[in-house]
Write a protein that binds this ligand. Structure first.
Ligand code: GLA
Length: 642
């Protein structure tokens, strides 16, 4: 069975509405509801006094209606009493401002009082509902995101640093405190990277990011383990949008029983379809290839961009199928019924303010029916032959002050590489630079500014063993302590595989464009490099770089390593990626397959404005018929016989 449903917040409504919810959930084919995400104030009206009667009733009602529950711990939104009882457990910004209740997510994950309160409510819920027949899974917290710079954080940060570096000497060395008179003479002097005068110490920034990720994981594990003591159902926490990198998601992927993500594209249209694929491929990768679940999506876009844009007719279905095609075990929304009051009154829902007689609810019903028809796909997996390298350290490293160009963005580079593969119709995984990459025929490293020694060694081994690797500019420049690589970039084992040596970074001016020897255009960045065994495929034609390599290729061992030292424009980059990765069917997003036990299914989405003929007609699960053509904006899921 595939999951279909969404966040359900019945405490916003009354009995008459609950009755209608039951009927409409049946009509829409809802089989999973996420309950309790923001219910702390009702569940524990005063510290230590629980009221579960109302939740008992909702769980029983949902169960009787055939709807399973993804039961949340409410710890993302402590109630007002918490603020008054534990003012020291509220979050403090880098500038020292302490936040109070009035919104949500007001807590410090490093504060003992918060951690105890969170563990207690998780334990109380698990004890009461661990064996409840409605509970299908557990949803710890919601989108772990809050960062804090308070004194509790400072104390925990020092403990973490002691553990990581062993001695103050080692920390001074790692952070390069010999410069700017930053040397620490006692642990008490070490602080989180709070607001300061100018450039922050880069090592302090990176270690703080790593530390906070570990704090989150520990807080998650504490709740998870309380739940596991009373329940054998899977436990998860929902990952935030890809643009947030508050956590090492590879590490989180190893801690959850099921990877779940929230996904809200910024705008409708083709970019949203590409963004869906980007988010879904990441989720599958963090899940280690196993099935995962889309925990939240919207029936419109969200307010982050300042405008809540509607999805076009058919688009909710395409996004849903786009996620399932890449491994999701269904599709859930935030939220079931649009709020009448409160902070998210204007956020879209499965059931809008207008009620069931609305385009949106009709589309939701159709999506529910489509998900039901895909039941046989459950448990099947997607195999990709191409990977994009992604590492939290490399992302955090690019956030430090004082870098040579503000025009290089980690997340943008990853999206661009993935988009070029998506445009070419190639399904990609994400992989960590230290993962075994042997199963991929092509690997692209769009932004590995930071690359560990082990990562550099691993990439060299990948090429030597027969892989094709494309490393993009500004990669392998610093080690995992943010110390610059000396003697030429990138890090030496990778430099050998690439057969090049980068001597100088030459960022370009804003709006500056350059033309390369093959006529392609580039912007943002250039480098002065020498070929040391590699062949210059394309050269620079301007200034002091004229005649020097811009794009190189090096046969190394049984494989090939390419280095791209500038930022090609979209068409040039697309051509290079297609040359190296191959291409699928253009205009038609063809996911190779989801497969299991000799059975497989091919997912096809037509993003064109014209109908498109399928490469091969087949039995479509969505319509139950043989289809040979997809209308504009149409989707099909073909059952393929082995
Ligand atoms: C996040 C949260 C939800 C809701 C949505 C709105 O994903 O998890 O609680 O606020 O955003 O888009």
């Amino acid at each position: 069975m595939m999951f279909f449903g969404g966040d359900y917040n019945p405490e916003q409504w009354d009995e008459a509405v609950w009755k209608e919810d039951d009927a409409l959930m049946r009509r829409a084919g809802v089989n999973l509801a996420t309950v309790g995400v923001f219910s702390w104030a009702l569940l524990e009206p005063e510290e230590g006094r629980y009221d579960f009667a109302w939740l008992d009733a909702h769980l029983d009602r949902l169960h009787a209606n055939g709807v399973s529950v993804d039961l949340a711990t409410p710890t993302a939104s402590p109630p007002p009493w918490f603020t008054l009882a534990h003012p020291d457990a509220l979050p403090v910004g880098p500038d020292g401002t302490r936040l109070v209740h009035g919104s949500r997510d007001t807590y410090c994950l490093a504060a003992p009082a918060y951690r105890t309160a969170a563990r207690n409510i998780a334990a109380a819920l698990a004890e009461r509902y661990g064996g409840h027949p409605a509970v299908a899974m557990w949803h710890v917290h919601n989108e772990y995101a809050t960062v804090c710079w308070c004194d509790h954080t400072a104390a925990a940060f020092r403990d973490w640093l002691r553990e990581r570096h062993g001695s103050l000497e080692a920390l001074n060395e790692a952070w390069g405190t010999a410069f700017w008179s930053q040397r620490y003479g006692a642990w008490e002097q070490v602080l989180p990277p709070r607001a300061s005068q100018w450039h922050k110490n880069p090592g302090q920034h990176l270690d703080f990011r790593r530390f906070w990720s570990d704090v989150v994981l520990t807080a998650y594990r504490e709740q998870r383990d309380e739940i596991r003591a009373h329940s054998d159902r899977p436990v998860t926490t929902n990952m935030m949008l890809p643009g947030y990198q508050n956590l090492d998601l590879w590490a989180l992927g190893r801690e959850v029983d099921l990877v779940t993500i929230d996904h809200y594209p910024d705008a409708p249209g083709l970019d949203a379809a590409a963004d869906t694929a980007f988010a879904a491929d990441r989720a599958r990768s963090f899940a280690g290839g196993r099935p995962w679940l889309l925990m939240e999506q919207g029936t419109s876009t969200v307010y982050d961009t300042g405008r809540i844009l509607g999805k076009e007719p058919g688009e909710i279905l395409r996004h849903t199928i786009g996620h399932i095609a890449r491994g999701s075990e269904g599709a859930l929304f935030f939220q079931w019924r649009q709020s009448r009051a409160g902070a998210e009154t204007w956020h879209s829902a499965m059931l809008p303010h207008a009620g069931a007689d609305s385009r949106i609810f009709r589309e939701v019903q159709a999506v529910g029916e489509a998900v039901r028809r895909l039941g046989e796909v459950e448990g099947s997996t997607v195999t990709a032959e191409v990977a994009v390298l992604h590492d939290a350290d490399a992302w955090w490293a690019m956030e430090v002050d004082g870098l040579p160009s503000k025009d290089l963005g980690y997340h943008d580079s990853l999206r661009r590489a993935h988009r070029a593969l998506w445009d070419a119709g190639v399904t990609a995984d994400f992989a960590h630079p230290e993962h075994n990459l042997g199963r991929y025929r092509f690997v692209v490293a769009p932004a590995l500014f930071l690359l560990s020694d082990a990562g550099a060694e691993n990439l060299r081994g990948y090429v030597e063993g027969g892989g094709t690797l494309l490393v993009q500019h500004y990669s392998g420049v610093v080690d995992d302590r943010l110390h610059a690589r000396l003697g030429g970039y990138p890090a030496s084992p990778l430099r050998e595989a690439l057969g090049i040596r980068v001597e100088e970074h030459r960022p370009l001016r804003e709006h500056e464009r350059i033309v390369l020897s093959d006529g392609t255009q580039a912007a943002v960045w250039s480098e002065s490099l020498r070929a040391k065994g590699a062949e210059a495929v394309v050269t620079y034609t301007h200034g002091m770089l004229a005649g020097k390599p811009a794009l190189t290729r090096h046969r190394f061992g049984a494989g090939e390593a390419w280095y791209l030292s500038t930022r090609l424009d979209d068409s040039g980059y697309a051509a290079l990626i297609t040359q190296l990765a191959g291409s699928g069917t253009s205009g038609l997003e063809t996911v190779t397959r989801r497969a299991t036990d000799g059975r497989s299914w091919q997912f096809l989405l037509n993003h064109n404005t014209d109908p498109i003929s399928l490469p091969e007609p087949g039995h479509d699960l969505l319509t139950g018929m043989t289809v040979a053509e997809l209308p504009a904006g149409g989707c099909a899921v073909l059952r393929k016989n082995p």
